[in-house]
Design a protein around this ligand. Structure first.
Ligand code: TZP
Ligand code: MG
Length: 186
């Protein structure tokens, strides 16, 4: 439904289950993404990303180091890094991260161990120092997507704004509309 609403990248994000189960569900998601020409990025796991031929892999500060991911993954694979400080952002970029996931921007209930909200000012600062796209995440809704993009984010990543919405297709369309409205004023 997110793809139907216009999402151009899907992250496979599943924390529980055996490796066998994860490969099977990631594969099923990859099939849907491939059918629609949408990129799949696998969270946390380089092996899963490789196994299903994903476009990218995303690593947090406790996951595979970005430098190791860069070494063992195919050169064309997109590698994303979660980084929350200027130092960590610059470090991730220096070892080969293609984009930075930055957040939470606002309060979120989708990630139990999320830090306190970073806010738009921090997003603006990080967007200025990073020489790669910043994808903002955390509590972003159609009401705030505009200001998030205007604060320098290249894109947004959401869970609840789409997945907990009664109409995920319309919710994604609404988010896209807000992103485009903000882009048009950049
Ligand atoms: N990382 C930082 S906040 C977050 C992740 C994975 C959760 C985002 O979910 P939501 O529902 O869009 O706030
Ligand atoms: Mg992780």
């Amino acid at each position: 439904m997110a793809i139907e609403g216009g999402a151009d990248t899907i992250q496979f994000r599943q924390k529980d289950g055996s490796t066998r189960e994860l490969v099977e569900s990631a594969q099923a998601v990859q099939v849907v993404c491939a059918e629609h020409g949408v990129s799949l990025v696998v969270n946390d796991r380089a092996d899963l990303a490789l196994a299903v031929g994903a476009a990218g892999a995303h690593f947090g500060q406790d996951d595979l180091p970005i430098a190791v991911g860069r070494r063992i993954l195919p050169p064309k694979m997109i590698i994303g890094a979660s980084a929350r400080t200027e130092e960590k952002i610059l470090e991730a970029i220096s070892v080969g991260a293609d984009y930075i996931g930055f957040g939470p921007i606002y309060q979120t209930s989708s990630k139990p161990d999320a830090e306190l909200p970073k806010g738009l000012e921090a997003l603006r600062r990080m967007s200025e120092i990073a020489q790669c796209p910043i994808i903002a995440i955390g509590g972003i809704t159609a009401e705030t997507a505009y200001e998030v993009i205007r604060s320098g984010a290249h894109g947004i990543a959401v869970i609840s704004a789409v997945c907990a919405h009664a109409d995920p297709v319309a919710a994604t369309r609404h988010l896209w509309g807000e992103i485009q409205r903000a882009e048009n004023r950049k």
